[in-house]
Design a protein around this ligand. Sequence first.
Ligand SMILES: CC(C)(COP(=O)(O)OP(=O)(O)OC[C@H]1O[C@@H](n2cnc3c(N)ncnc32)[C@H](O)[C@@H]1OP(=O)(O)O)[C@@H](O)C(=O)NCCC(=O)NCCS
Length: 142
Amino acid sequence: MEIRKLRVDDYPELVRLWTRAGLPFKPKGRDNPEAIAKQMEENPDFFIGAFENGKLIGAVIASSDSRKGWINRLAVDPDYRRRGVARTLIAEAEKVLRQRGLKIFCALIEESNVASRELFKKCGYVEHRDILYFSKRDSDDV
Ligand SMILES: CC(C)(COP(=O)(O)OP(=O)(O)OC[C@H]1O[C@@H](n2cnc3c(N)ncnc32)[C@H](O)[C@@H]1OP(=O)(O)O)[C@@H](O)C(=O)NCCC(=O)NCCS
């Protein structure tokens, strides 16, 4: 398995991976090609892909709000699961965030997503059951 930064020309493969992994995305909002290209330009090291024989089999997008590092959009192709791909991607995302001086790493996970909850626990993350997520959106597409 090869781990490398994703580039703009990986976008079609990224969308294919998200679709195969069943990860919803916002093609008219923050996940559209222009938005992703802009995010990649601003933080090229935050877009991380796992490849096998040149094929994208897993990906993660790190982000920073300057206070905490976030692990976003983690996805592994169903044919390559339970081989440690996600664990490797989380470790790589933490590495790039540490390089930015961040010491707290977080993820938002749907309660029903048992695989992801177990994964993050295995990676040393503590589940907080006393926090509710609030958001405000300018539209459903963003
Ligand atoms: C969640 C997901 C990323 C895990 O990817 P993966 O590469 O299979 O995970 P790993 O092989 O690195 O798993 C590491 C550990 O996580 C836990 N884990 C992973 N998948 C699990 C599952 N389906 N059920 C229970 N535990 C699971 C296990 O403890 C596993 O260690 P083990 O295989 O030695 O038992 C993958 O199932 C996926 O892409 N799901 C759909 C998208 C998604 O939900 N993304 C997360 C959004 S927050």
